[in-house]
Design a protein around this ligand. Structure first.
Ligand code: RB5
Length: 182
């Protein structure tokens, strides 16, 4: 198994621990994230790792930031990616078995190094169980496709932008707040 990994500057210490642990387990990884304490924005790292996994260059991904949340939110914007934030072994196992999550995210400010290793191991050792879960995971893809084709929202935001021009009212007030008596 090859794993794409990465962290921002906040996640770096935990990522280093987990990278060493992967090496100990004999799992090959490539690090796309922060190299030192210089600030790195988590979306920049999550985007690269998620795309590497999506493109099939790596089977799985591991992302670490302060909470794991920003990394997961960003990675889940990449089509076909299912990233799960896990800070306990049971969730990590279910993320694979039920959700077929190709990416796990963790927060260096949430979990200690030894617990994080246990969580990572549970996730690495679990495989997607298929069956009913395959139908449900396919539905995640259905939602993703439907949303990517949902244009009215885009045109609505264009309208809002246009209405922000000087001389235009940006938001129509609710009926109760509209002027009366005219
Ligand atoms: C720092 O940018 C912090 O917000 C980040 O590491 C992560 O916790 C975001 O979700």
């Amino acid at each position: 198994m090859r794993i794409a990994i990465g962290s921002d500057d906040i996640g770096l210490p935990l990522k280093d621990v987990l990278a060493d642990y992967l090496a100990e387990l004999g799992i090959e990884y490539v690090d796309f994230g922060a190299r030192d304490a210089d600030p790195v924005d988590y979306p920049d790292v999550a985007k690269v790792v998620a795309r590497e996994v999506r493109d099939g260059h790596f089977e799985r991904g591991l992302l670490v930031c302060g909470t794991g949340l920003g990394m997961a939110i960003t990675a889940n914007k990449v089509r076909g990616i299912r990233a799960a934030t896990c800070h306990d072994a049971y969730s990590a196992e279910r993320a694979r078995k039920s959700n077929d999550a190709q990416i796990i995210t963790m927060g260096s400010r949430v979990i200690g190094p030894e617990s994080a290793k246990t969580v990572l191991k549970a996730w690495l050792e679990s495989e997607f169980q298929g069956g009913n879960s395959a139908r449900k995971v396919a539905k995640i893809g259905d939602v993703e496709r439907a949303e990517s084709e949902y244009l009215p929202r885009a045109s609505a935001s264009v309208t809002r932008e246009r209405d922000r021009r000087p001389g235009r009212r940006a938001v129509r007030p609710p009926p109760s707040q509209r002027p009366t008596g005219r």
